[in-house]
Structure formats: structure tokens, C-alpha cells
Design a protein around this ligand. Structure first.
Ligand code: BMA
Length: 377
């Protein structure tokens, strides 16, 4: 599809990420770069096209009313191509579970992430870990401010977190390409912290503790020498004009490579109110993301979005696409088409009223799917 204008602009790329010293590299130097730096360069080249990769959570694992059919994805069923970005979750890795929190085997993710990478796609990981104080899930906020204890050196919860973060680091750094080299990925911990639904959310703790949690996370990864991970920061919507809320718990440029945001089109309001609120929230939040990313030399991303059940069948071409044209992020990701909860889906599936309009979104020159992005080396 639509590949004519995929020109790769820069041969000189500025690198200033992963806590590594800023430097300027030519493509000839690529062999000396870490896997993370190589992925960063590629994301910079993708971002420079002004086009946006499309991503979907757990896309090859299951979809609406099917699961684990090799090579299948609801997105592929609808448009014939896979998402450019595969989103995965690490929830459960902290206990060394064999399945993540939605039942996907970590071994399946390991294989599929490598396969997706080999086809030219990008892999991103979130982490809905359990609450280390209560044993409940990530949404268990009953123990109050546990993040302050998690970051307090010498405390029992700090000891637990060093182990848990270490397990996330071990899993991500164990991912391999078929040639044995490390698979570069994006990691997006502590997401949506501007909301109160996760135990690490601002209403349950403090900006200082969240920053310290990021620093702890980076320290554990760095101590283990992990060099295949890029770091994405992704608050939920910031409706105050963006910047102040966005940056309140920001851990600093040296710890973050990708400035993202999660903003959903909510269905609980009337359709008109919902649409207005979504446009306002994306204007304010993605406005901040794109501006800050440009100023700070970071990658911009729309790390999660969606309209549950795609209740407006023309949502992808008529609502999301204009937003992506206005705010040129490197990628946009919609959440899962849950097999275990058939009433939850954020992407079209074959036969759904949004499937035909989705083909317009797919065919637009702004969006990049797997076959497109494979051509941007
Ligand atoms: C939520 C829902 C849950 C799921 C969680 C983590 O938004 O999709 O069903 O368990 O994400 O993937």
C-alpha cells in the first residue's frame, strides 16, 4: 500500500537518549551502537517521515471471538496487513508467572516479538504488575501510598521492587533475534500515573515518589547492563493546557527517550460530549507531547487510545486520523480486542461496522502498517 512517498531523510542522526552521552553518529557507525540506540535511530527516521505507525495490543494472540491462530490478527483480517507496532504487557513477570495478566504465555510473546521484529515491526511493553503490598492487582489502591515505601532504600517493599524490576529487566534483556543478537524494545512502565486507578497514580502517592520510582527502575536495569530498552513516559490525559500536569512527575530527560500519552475517547458521555472531550484532551495532551518532544529531541508517541467497541464506525478515518495529521507522533496504539471479555474491543474485526471505514484509515498515506514500516530501515 501507499509506499511511493516513503523517503528516508536524514543520514546524520543526533542521538541523545537512554542516559547515554549526546553524540552525533553517521549511519556508518551503526555497528557501534547499542540495540536501544539503533532502535532510537530508526524511530527518529520513522518520525521524520511525518507518518504514524499503527499499533495494537496483543494483536497476534487473540481477537474478537478467536485466539492463537498462527498469523492471525483482527487488524490483518480487516486490512490484510499487520500492525507496525505490537504492544505487549509484562504483568506477572514480577512473580515469574508463565502467563501475563491476560493469559498470554511469556514464551509466546518472546517468539512473536522476535517474529514481528524480523518482519520490520516494533515491539512495545507496558507493565500492569501486582500491588507489592497487598498482593492485589495494579488497580488495587487500598494500601494508599506504597510507592513512597517502594522507593525508600532498605524498606521491605524496596527489596521486593528491586527483585521485581530485576525480573522485568531479565525478561526484556533476554529477548533475542534469530541471529542471537538482542531484540530492541520500548518499555513503558508506570503509565497513566496522572490518573488514580493504578497504585502508582499521582492521587495515591506524590510526584517525588513517582520520579524516584523511575530512577529506581532505571538503576536496576542499568546495573544489569540492559542495553536493548528505550524508555517511554506516558501520563494519562492532561487537560490543564498540558505542560504542567504532563511534567509534574517527569523523571528527567536522561531517563526518558519517548514522550507519550494515553488518551481514550470515553463512551460514558453522550456521543457529542464524548467527541468534544476527546478532541479537547488530545489537543491539550498531544499538543504538549509534540511540543516537548521537539524541544527536547525526543520521540513523540500516542501510546494508548481507542473508542471502546468502536461505537462510531467511522472513528478511525474521521476522528483519529485528523488527530494524527495534526499531531505527527511516531506511533499510535489502540488497546486489545479482548477474547476473555468479548464486550471489550478497540480495533475493528471482520464484519464489524467499523471494518470498512478502517480500510480508509489503512489506505491513507499518513498511516504505516507492518509492510510500510519494514521499508524504513
Ligand atoms: C485493561 C483491560 C483489562 C486488561 C488490562 C491489561 O485496560 O483491557 O481487561 O486486563 O487492560 O491488559
Amino acid at each position: 500500500m501507499k509506499l511511493a512517498s516513503l523517503l528516508i531523510p536524514a543520514t546524520i542522526i543526533a542521538l541523545s537518549a537512554c542516559g547515554h552521552k549526546s553524540s552525533v553518529q553517521t549511519e556508518d557507525d551503526a555497528v557501534a551502537l547499542t540495540p536501544a540506540q539503533q532502535l532510537l535511530q530508526r524511530l527518529q527516521r520513522i518520525q521524520a517521515t511525518g507518518k504514524v505507525m499503527f499499533g495494537h495490543h496483543d494483536s497476534p494472540c487473540y481477537g474478537h471471538l478467536w485466539q492463537y491462530e498462527p498469523g492471525r490478527s483482527d487488524i490483518k483480517d480487516v486490512c490484510g496487513d499487520m500492525p507496525a507496532v505490537m504492544s505487549w504487557d509484562l504483568g506477572g513477570i514480577e512473580h515469574l508467572d508463565s502467563l501475563e495478566l491476560d493469559g498470554v504465555p511469556f514464551d509466546f510473546i518472546r517468539r512473536e516479538a522476535a517474529r514481528h521484529d524480523s518482519l520490520g515491526g516494533i515491539n512495545v511493553f507496558s507493565w500492569h504488575l501486582r500491588n507489592p503490598a497487598t498482593g492485589g492487582d495494579a488497580w488495587d489502591t487500598s494500601a494508599g501510598d506504597i510507592v513512597s515505601q517502594m522507593v525508600a532504600e532498605g524498606s521491605p517493599l524496596n527489596d521486593t521492587m528491586q527483585i521485581w524490576i530485576g525480573r522485568a529487566a531479565d525478561y526484556l534483556s533476554s529477548l533475542r533475534r534469530s541471529d542471537g543478537s538482542k531484540l530492541p524494545v520500548v518499555f513503558r512502565p508506570w503509565h497513566e500515573h496522572t490518573g488514580g486507578w493504578f497504585f502508582w497514580g499521582e492521587p495515591n502517592t506524590s510526584p517525588e515518589a513517582i520520579k524516584a520510582l523511575w530512577a529506581l527502575t532505571r538503576r536496576v536495569f542499568d546495573q544489569k547492563g540492559v542495553d536493548n530498552v528505550l524508555w517511554a513516559y506516558s501520563p494519562d490525559r492532561c487537560t490543564d493546557g498540558g505542560l504542567q500536569t504532563y511534567l509534574r512527575s517527569y523523571p528527567g530527560d536522561s531517563l526518558v527517550d519517548i514522550l507519550g500519552a494515553d488518551v481514550y475517547h470515553r463512551v460514558e458521555m453522550s456521543p457529542d460530549q464524548g467527541l468534544t472531550a476527546y478532541k479537547e484532551a488530545t489537543d491539550s495532551t498531544l499538543g504538549a507531547v509534540v511540543t516537548l518532544a521537539k524541544e527536547r529531541g525526543k520521540i513523540a508517541a500516542f501510546t494508548e487510545t481507542g473508542l471502546d467497541n468502536v461505537v462510531d464506525p467511522r472513528w478511525f478515518p474521521d476522528v483519529l486520523l485528523p488527530i494524527l495529521k495534526k499531531y505527527p507522533v511516531a506511533y499510535v496504539c489502540v488497546w486489545r480486542n479482548a477474547m476473555d471479555k468479548p464486550q471489550e474491543y478497540f480495533a475493528p474485526y471482520l464484519g464489524h461496522p467499523s471494518a470498512e471505514p478502517f480500510k480508509e484509515f489503512y489506505a491513507d498515506t499518513t498511516t504505516l502498517f507492518l509492510r510500510d514500516v519494514a521499508r524504513i530501515k
